[in-house]
Ligand binder design. Sequence first.
Ligand code: NAD
Length: 419
Amino acid sequence: MAIEVEKPSFYESALKQFDLAADILSLPPDLRMVLRMPKRELTVNFPVRMDDGSVKMYTGYRVQHNMNAGPAKGGIRYSPEVSLDEVRALAMLMTWKCAVLGIPYGGAKGGVIVDRRLLSRMELERLTRRYATEISVIIGPDLDIPAPDVNTDGQVMAWIMDTLSMHHGRNVPAVVTGKPIAIGGSRGRVEATGRGVYIVAREAAKHENIPFEGAKVVIQGFGNVGSVSAKLLHEAGCKIIGLSDIYGAIYDPNGINIPLALQYIKEHGKLSGLPGSQDINNDQLLEIPCDILIPAAIEGVLHRNNAEKVSAKLIVEAANGPTTPEADVIFERRRIPVIPDILTNAGGVTVSYFEWVQDRENFFWSEKRVNDQLEEMMADSIKNVFSRADTMNISMRMAAYVVAVSRVAEATEFRGIYP
Ligand code: NAD
């Protein structure tokens, strides 16, 4: 029988983490009140004509959390589980993520309640164009710049860019990032989040005195982020001993052949059954003894009911919000460092920022320049967060929050309260 796990809502978890950082920073109550709340929340209900001629209603959201440091930035996800609570939490995390990297953006997020797998390509296009039109009142290159997230991709971004461009009567490439290169996307953007995860894992291993070459790594999720992280870690000599997707997990103590896994999932649509590996389930995966555990799937997977069973020396959060605050306390007591999402998966938004800059300058960088600049910005932020954690004797998460929240608080104080 499955055990019911009582979890706080994602937004409650995000607020709790902010409150802890605000306490450390002794933020004045007024400022705390301003930073806790999203600036703007838009809910849209809209009709989409299906291929058979019928009409279905869909609900979508766009939430802008804070825009004091610059225009808002954040992905759009398509999922049956999307809720206002989830989008709010993710918008807040985007504010802190941009701030921890020192990118001049605020945070936003969007989503549509839909199971993408049930739509034809034409239906997906009509849904995307209508959602883009509904949220067009609050997005724009100087206002709010969406990007891909779970179940959205370069094609979806291309339709949004085209829709907004049709409205304006001219090309507006900088309205979204994560576009295909042919219409103003950046080289290196698709791999950027996974590349950032790899850089963070490498630096965190160094900080924790874990030999990186040969390190045993377990990764939950083998989508955009998980698969690129796995590939780069594998190429760097790490041993990926556990991997999973939504259907199940695989284990090989000698190290999974990642190029083979990439090929296998392309052909079979799932990882289980990969020759040479043992099939296990997603709960067992998180308990495999390893050096580095990388949750790269969804939120809330490390919680109070399984945190005691995790047997990793280091946790690197590639997904957004994979650890609940209760699990964080357990990991802190067990002295398992958790490198937080707002730092670990910031490679995507960093290269999105490069894409936006390139679109506005109409001058496009080489892949080497993108990757070098990403490495430099991530390395600076990692150094900053690790040294805060060491000098203030706080967790990596709190150190990242302290860096981020103090930057946003400073911007908010300078601007003052209007009018
Ligand atoms: P994706 O849809 O490409 O891949 C998600 C992976 O997780 C898939 O392998 C899927 O099978 C697996 N999965 C889904 N539900 C699962 C479950 N219940 N248990 C186990 N596995 C499950 O998504 P992605 O773009 O790789 O994003 C993964 C995470 O990283 C999300 O939390 C997302 O918000 C975050 N993130 C993504 C980016 C980006 O650039 N794509 C940037 C920052 C953060």
